[in-house]
Ligand binder design. Structure first.
Ligand code: NAI
Ligand code: MG
Length: 358
């Protein structure tokens, strides 16, 4: 049956980079139907809303969404609900995208891009899985209140609530174990169980889910230690699974280990493997429209789309190998360019990946 892919280019460099990724998908000659719709600031300009109903419907009915990026300083003065970023939150919510997969891969050819010593990071290949819809970011109650008693009596206090339901922990744990089973078979669950009740409960449930995956080796680590180990010995990890708050911070830290934001894909999945795939970087308005943005993070996001939502691992491998090949050939966009390599533009990089696919 024909698979439906919604292409949402968005703002800034979004249109340039999604164009290259769409060309790559097209070149695979699969039974797919790609439809493009506006999102973010571009959609606000056309329809007065960052996530118009027509775009939302297209996304809901698609097997997968290839998303560029949204946002521009020129929308900073809009009310919150009309800002471009609301489109991503709206899509996450409408589709129930609770699992955020962020690989941090450092290709051998780019080992110098990291600020860490090559022996620590060369060949790095880890996957961080962040729970995306729960935790302190969405917990109620939250707000500002006046304190009736205690040492700060009479003062105003800002507060949020951290909580995780058992089913929320179970489903993200399953994603973690299944991903680890397909990789090196090691899953590290990150929490703060020494101080947080939510974390102790998280740990208990993860241990329970582990009984279904005897082939996966489970370990636990406190988040402060995990932050240290990620810079001390990141290659010791295979897959990390963690909550929304800790995952937000650790996934950005892991991204910086590679030093090449233009190379990092991401996926956000729901329970039926419907997913939104986007580069980890933003809309880079500073370089938009100049044919200099690196399209590889988006092309690698398309590879994740093939792997996780279309269940086409061989095609995903093919795209990832093609990216590897263009790096071996010495082609670099400006962000990863160094002496002795050939600087190319966004479109030329897309051309090279298409050639390498053949
Ligand atoms: P950014 O990731 O867009 O840019 C940071 C720096 O990295 C810039 O110097 C940019 O030129 C460079 N860069 C990013 N992607 C690149 C690529 N593919 N090739 C070459 N260089 C690249 O982050 P920034 O500047 O903080 O945010 C810009 C806008 O993007 C804001 O409006 C922000 O809200 C939005 N944003 C959107 C996200 C999304 O759509 N998921 C995520 C993060 C930020
Ligand atoms: Mg973040």
């Amino acid at each position: 049956m024909t698979k439906k892919i919604a292409i949402l280019p968005g703002d800034g460099i979004g249109p340039e980079i999604t164009e290259q990724a769409a060309r790559v998908l097209q070149a695979l000659k699969l039974d797919i139907d790609m439809t493009t719709a506006p999102v973010g600031g571009a959609a606000y300009e056309q329809h007065g809303h960052p996530l118009p109903d027509s775009t939302l419907e297209l996304a809901k009915n698609a097997d997968a969404i290839l998303f560029g990026a949204v946002g521009d300083w020129k929308y900073d003065s809009l009310p919150r609900e009309l800002r471009p970023e609301q489109a991503i939150l709206g899509l996450r919510k409408a589709l129930g995208l609770f699992a955020n997969l962020r690989p941090a891969i450092l290709y051998p050819q780019l080992a110098n891009a990291s600020s860490l010593k090559p022996e620590i990071v060369a060949g790095l290949d880890i996957l961080i899985i962040r729970e995306l819809t729960g935790d302190i970011y969405f917990g109620q109650p939250r707000g500002v209140r006046e304190l009736p008693d205690g040492p700060f009596k009479g003062e105003r206090q800002g507060f949020d609530t951290m909580h995780y339901a058992e089913s929320e922990i179970r489903r993200i744990a399953h994603v973690g174990f299944q991903a680890a089973a397909k990789r090196q078979g090691r899953l590290c669950s990150v929490d703060k169980a020494n101080v947080l009740e939510t974390s102790q409960f998280w740990r208990d449930i993860v241990i329970d889910v582990a009984r279904e995956y005897p082939e996966v080796e489970l370990s636990h680590m406190y988040v402060d230690n995990a932050a240290m180990q990620l810079v001390r010995a990141p290659k010791a990890f295979d897959v990390i699974v963690t909550g929304n708050l800790f995952g937000d911070i650790l996934s950005d830290e892991a991204a910086m280990l590679t030093g090449s934001i233009g190379m990092l894909p991401s996926a956000s999945l729901n329970a039926s493997n419907q997913g939104l795939y986007e580069p980890s970087h933003g809309s880079a308005p500073d370089i938009a429209g100049q044919n200099i943005a690196n399209p590889l993070a988006t092309i690698l996001s398309a590879a994740m789309l093939l792997r996780y939502s279309l269940n086409l691992p061989d095609e995903a491998d093919r795209v990832e190998r093609a990216v590897q090949k263009v790096l071996e050939q010495g082609l670099r966009t400006a962000d990863i360019h160094e002496e002795g390599t050939r600087k190319v533009g966004t479109r030329e990089m897309g051309d090279a990946v298409l050639q390498a696919l053949a």
